[in-house]
Design a protein around this ligand. Structure first.
Ligand code: KQY
Length: 366
């Protein structure tokens, strides 16, 4: 593996859309006891169910700590690769490389990671194991690696359409905890030179009370070039209404890099989900992430789905809107089977299915 200091776009590389073909997917086995209740027991079951579905249509690699390796190996199907790797937590979307391609070669980007805001408003300390994962995975995948550790970015804060357009939020990328010394224009230039995009659509804020500072992947996602789903509520008394309406107005007023108007599909949210006292009891205190407070609203959203080669896997919350979300997404992904998995145990960790997965784009063999 070579470490590269040139720019991906200058070298002819770009980040494909998630709905383009994948050669694989990466996840990290959960273990952090202040993120996952009851020693991560229930979260591991949910991860295993998700991994089993994804492994039906792409090669899955799971990173597990030394002490968790045997259990991960036992709970996961034989066609899943389990590798030993240290980590601070389990958010592959944010700590694995962002993979880019020129069509025939795969490379990775190693962004800086500071646990969603560093010492300013980050979620745990230290985060140095997580910050080394991208480079280790590039090595494992035999992918040359761009060293962009001087720029703090998590994969959950960007979505691309593979045709030159990127979606993100100001709340996250312009927040003080990431790159406080860079202007909006400098950040745009960095995204364009790294990901091969030409146009950035900036939404203002993400899902209400999202501890990632409003990651895009919980509120809005491309389903095709020129088409997005947007997390939505019709309840004007919900603080989420104003946030989603603001996003809708921006999107409806935007064109993408190809000049297409954006078509917005409203993906209705579940009713507000709050953590219970019993669930909080199951979270252990550690030096680092503050534990949750009973009654705290969790950032539940159906937008946090993963698009695998043959399936789309969507979080379910035991809510009356679960089925509606599956129906809407089935219509938008007619060539894939849309499947729900019960994801409250992932949500308690602070994210969902998209946040724990990182796709590896397919490349054509030369
Ligand atoms: O949503 C994500 N991409 C990560 C969530 C991190 C939460 C840490 N408790």
């Amino acid at each position: 593996m070579k470490i590269l200091t040139s720019t991906p776009a200058g070298d002819g590389f770009l980040m494909p859309a998630e709905f383009a073909p994948h050669q694989g997917c990466i996840l990290i086995w959960p273990h952090r006891r202040d993120s996952w209740q009851n020693g991560a027991y229930a979260a591991r079951k949910a991860f295993a169910e998700l991994i089993t579905i994804i492994a039906g249509s792409e090669k899955v690699t799971v990173c597990a700590r030394f002490e968790d390796y045997d259990e991960a190996r036992r709970l996961l199907p034989d066609n899943v690769r389990v590798v030993e790797m240290s980590s601070d937590d389990s958010w592959a979307r944010d700590v694995a490389p962002t993979f880019i391609t020129n069509g025939s070669e795969l490379r990775g980007i190693d962004w800086g990671f500071n646990a969603w805001g560093g010492l300013y408003d980050g979620l745990y300390f230290p985060w140095d194991r997580d910050n080394k994962i991208a480079r280790k995975l590039c090595d494992l995948m035999d992918a040359d690696c761009y060293d962009l550790r001087d720029f703090i970015l998590e994969g959950g804060s960007i979505h691309t359409d593979g045709e030159g357009t990127l979606l993100t939020t100001e709340e996250c990328l312009l927040g003080r905890g990431r790159n406080p010394d860079m202007s909006k224009q400098e950040i745009e230039e960095k995204l364009c030179s790294s990901l091969g995009v030409k146009k950035i659509i900036w939404l203002k804020r993400g899902i209400y009370n999202d501890e990632t500072n409003g990651h895009i992947d919980n509120i809005c996602a491309f389903t095709a070039p020129g088409e997005v789903v947007l997390a939505w509520t019709d309840d004007k008394n919900d603080p989420q209404y104003e946030i989603s309406k603001e996003c809708l107005d921006i999107l409806e007023d935007s064109t993408d890099a190809e000049g297409r108007k954006i078509r917005v599909h409203k993906l209705i949210l579940p009713k507000p989900v709050h953590i219970t006292a019993e669930e909080c009891e199951g979270l252990d205190h550690m030096d680092g992430e503050p534990t949750r407070t009973p009654g705290e609203r969790l950032a539940a959203s159906y937008v946090n789905f993963y698009i695998a080669n043959k399936t789309v896997i969507v979080p379910q919350f035991g809510d009356e809107n679960d089925k509606k979300a599956l129906e809407l997404l089935s219509g938008l992904f007619p060539d894939r089977v849309v499947r729900g998995i019960y994801a409250r145990d992932i949500l308690i960790g602070g994210g969902n299915i998209h946040c724990i997965t990182q796709q590896i784009p397919a490349v054509s063999k030369t």
